[in-house]
Design a protein around this ligand. Sequence first.
Ligand code: GAR
Length: 195
Amino acid sequence: MKSFNIAAYISGSGSNLKSVIQNSFKGVIASKVKLVIADKHASGLDYPASLGIETAVISRAELTRSEFLKMQSELLKKHKIDLIILAGFLKKLPDEIVSEYKGRIINIHPALLPKFGGKGMHGMNVHKAVIEAKEEFSGPTVHFVDEIYDSGEILLQRKIRITAGETPESLQKKVLEIEHTIYTEAIKLLEEKES
Ligand code: GAR
């Protein structure tokens, strides 16, 4: 089975990252998370750091563009990263990284893309928009990342029915629970494809 060296990019609590790490420990996937990069001091860095996984905060605001790129590039090379997973990462990856790792970057989004994607569509904003639009279904999407927000080829999607009285909060809870299995499934699919 192909085993990827994974780098995860996060901005928040990192529950998706945690589920991938735990599924890797359980042997559900052969790949291993080697590196976690955040754009700020995200609480989701604590779990991987406690396991000895290298973590880094690389904030565009504190660096020149070339320093910003160089820091990421060097870490990705150091850990021989061959799969990047965006796990609640709210910034856009630099185009240079997207083109260098094309076909090897995936993202998880909490709605049924191509609906409810694009700039500003993240986390609770997405669930609010879905409820306001009176959608019948929602659910997470895992897709390849290209230069345009949320537009790359879809790898996996899981649909759930929105029940009467659903709130953005209740929907977020249901979708996140599915995210915690679907992201690992997507990585497994990529492992199988390369075996
Ligand atoms: C997840 O619901 C993920 O789908 C979403 O952010 C949350 C991160 O949660 N991502 C986006 O909205 C990207 N557009 P986590 O930090 O607990 O994994």
